[in-house]
Write a protein that binds this ligand. Structure first.
Ligand code: SF4
Length: 288
């Protein structure tokens, strides 16, 4: 039997398909236009041997049975939430994985080398907290302390986040904390688009498996990346957004609050809205 295509190309296709399977993606399109990711697949498919005559288009009947008329589907009720500030997020494209859990996701991630950030990391910072949390905080990426310990938000900014969580009447172990990328970017720079694209399917699986009531994006990078917007965070900070079936709010990153303490008041207002949404009691006003 003749070979379908060279062994090296076949190996590459198998590796790529295995990678997508790790991500939980089992359905995808092969045609993304000239120069797109589908080119290699199209070329490989073009080299397939011809189909047997019985499967060729000319062998199929020309007429198709008539379908019963479809019932009109009523438009969805308008959401009381503010619409996301831009078009569909890249994260929306990731399908949900059935019966997923954090342990399986961590196993699938493995000693990841899917993007260049792996070269400089000390430890992968997967995420930490309650796997059934009602509230998930998403930051940008690990810093030096996080990279050393393998835990998110453990440096100075992390201590401030812990104080914020405790001010809400919760403990860190009640919530889940993670980042857009799981390896420390060099010099603490913002993650680049290819790094976000490689790492984000795992974040999506984490959020889908935890299924929180509320997601809080900490800082512009997390918010802009997840919402796929170039708008400044101050334009939608503190507003309820809807994303992948969750309520989402963007607020300032604790590291920004360390540099700009007056912004703590804005963040506290945002967190009080989150508390109200979660049914947590607002602190009693102290008497003057
Ligand atoms: S940042 Fe994410 S995708 Fe990149 S190497 Fe680390 S774990 Fe893998």
């Amino acid at each position: 039997m003749p070979e379908r295509f060279p062994a090296s190309l076949q190996q590459k296709i198998e590796d790529r398909l295995r990678y997508y399977e790790d991500m939980g993606i089992r359905l995808f399109y092969t045609d993304r236009g000239p120069g797109g990711a589908g080119v290699a697949v199209r070329e490989a498919v073009a080299s397939f041997p011809p189909l047997p005559p019985v499967l060729q288009e000319t062998a199929l009947p020309k007429s198709t049975p008539k379908l019963a008329p479809m019932k009109a589907i009523p438009p969805p009720a308008p959401s009381p939430l503010v619409a996301p500030p831009a078009g569909a997020s890249l994260f929306e494209a990731v399908d949900k994985v059935k019966d997923d859990n954090l342990l399986k996701i961590r196993e699938d991630l493995g000693e990841c080398t899917r993007c260049k950030l792996h070269k400089g990391r000390n430890k992968i910072v997967f995420g930490d907290g309650n796997p059934k949390a009602q509230l998930v905080f998403v930051g940008e990426g690990p810093g030096a302390d996080e990279d050393m310990q393998g835990l998110p938000f453990v440096g100075r900014a992390g201590k401030l986040l812990t104080q914020m969580i405790e001010a809400m009447g919760l403990q860190r172990s009640d919530v889940y904390i993670c980042n857009v990328v799981k390896c420390r970017p060099p010099e603490n720079r913002a993650p680049e688009p290819d790094e976000v694209a490689a790492c984000s399917p795992f974040l999506m699986r984490q959020i889908d498996s935890i299924h929180p009531k509320v997601i809080v994006c900490l800082g512009a990078t997390a918010a802009k990346t997840i919402l796929n917007t170039t708008r400044g965070i101050s334009q939608f900070r503190g507003e309820w957004l809807e994303w992948r079936g969750h309520k989402l709010m963007a607020t300032y990153h604790p590291a920004y609050l360390l540099r700009n303490p007056p912004a703590k008041a804005d963040v506290w207002k945002d967190l009080q809205k989150v508390m109200a949404e979660l049914g947590l009691q607002l602190p009693k006003k102290s008497k003057a």
